[in-house]
Design a protein around this ligand. Structure first.
Ligand SMILES: N[C@@H](CCC(=O)N[C@@H](CS)C(=O)NCC(=O)O)C(=O)O
Length: 233
């Protein structure tokens, strides 16, 4: 059994998709990051970085419980455990890892910062920050579209953890301002993934999760966003 700690964000959605795709049994344990639950002593024992997602595999290596944090590492762990969604051939495997890293180091930070400055930062939004992250996000949409014109999936011929990692960040492509008519390869991939039963299961499960995002206190929001009394600059 796998204990899966998370809430509703894209980094958590990736892990829902992978667990559903693999058919691995899991217990979902909500961590309300809008109520500062990620900073509890109990949770930071699992992830000293104080962020979700985290998994604890009760049947880890050597039959012992094993904890994994960082969504990219969790996807790689589950791929190795299940023997699925990561090719064994070395070149094909590194094709997948390269596109997984593009998501972890590029798509996640750029799309996340765009969302922060667009929706959460004090208004009026800083035009420099907004333009910087919007430009990088739209550049990455073009990159995904180009790649998906060369290969059916991000990692190559087969659906993999690179696709599962990227899809949740693109679910809001309309609100993010991506011009879908100029991204036909991306659109084909997006529709293909949206039709997968595991992706539909993730979306249904997300709808049932209770979060205090809409009712978060100013104190909890400041801690989440590293501002106010939590700012170090
Ligand atoms: N690089 C991490 C990022 C995880 C992350 O940023 N998680 C957010 C999801 S809302 C979080 O826990 N934020 C709470 C906080 O930063 O205090 C991963 O890919 O797992």
């Amino acid at each position: 059994m796998i204990d899966f700690y998370g809430l509703t964000s894209p980094n958590v959605q990736k892990i829902f998709i992978m667990l559903e795709e693999c058919g691995l049994p899991y217990n979902f344990k909500p961590v309300d990051v809008w109520a500062s639950a990620q900073h509890s002593a109990e949770f930071t024992k699992l992830n000293p970085n104080g962020k979700i997602p985290v998994i604890v595999d009760q049947d880890g290596p050597g039959g012992k419980p094993y904890t994994v944090f960082e969504s990219g590492a969790i996807l790689m762990y589950l791929a190795e455990k299940s023997g699925k969604f990561m090719p064994k051939d070395m070149a094909k495997k590194y094709d997948v890892i390269q596109w997984l890293m593009i998501q972890v180091t590029g798509v996640g930070p750029a799309f996340g910062n765009f969302t922060h400055f667009n929706l959460f930062a004090p208004k009026p939004a800083d035009p420099y920050a907004l333009a910087r992250y919007r430009t990088e996000m739209l550049r990455l949409y073009d990159l995904l579209n180009t790649r998906l014109g060369q290969a059916k999936y991000l990692g190559g011929d087969e659906y993999s953890i690179a696709d599962m990692a990227t899809f949740p960040w693109t679910r809001q492509y309309q609100a993010q301002g991506a011009k879908i008519e100029a991204l036909p390869n991306f659109k084909r991939w997006f529709d293909d993934l949206s039709a997968r039963p595991a992706v539909k299961a993730m979306i249904a499960k997300q709808a049932d999760i209770k979060s205090s995002r809409e009712t978060a206190t100013d104190e909890n929001k400041d801690r989440f966003f590293n501002r106010g009394k939590y700012a170090r600059a």
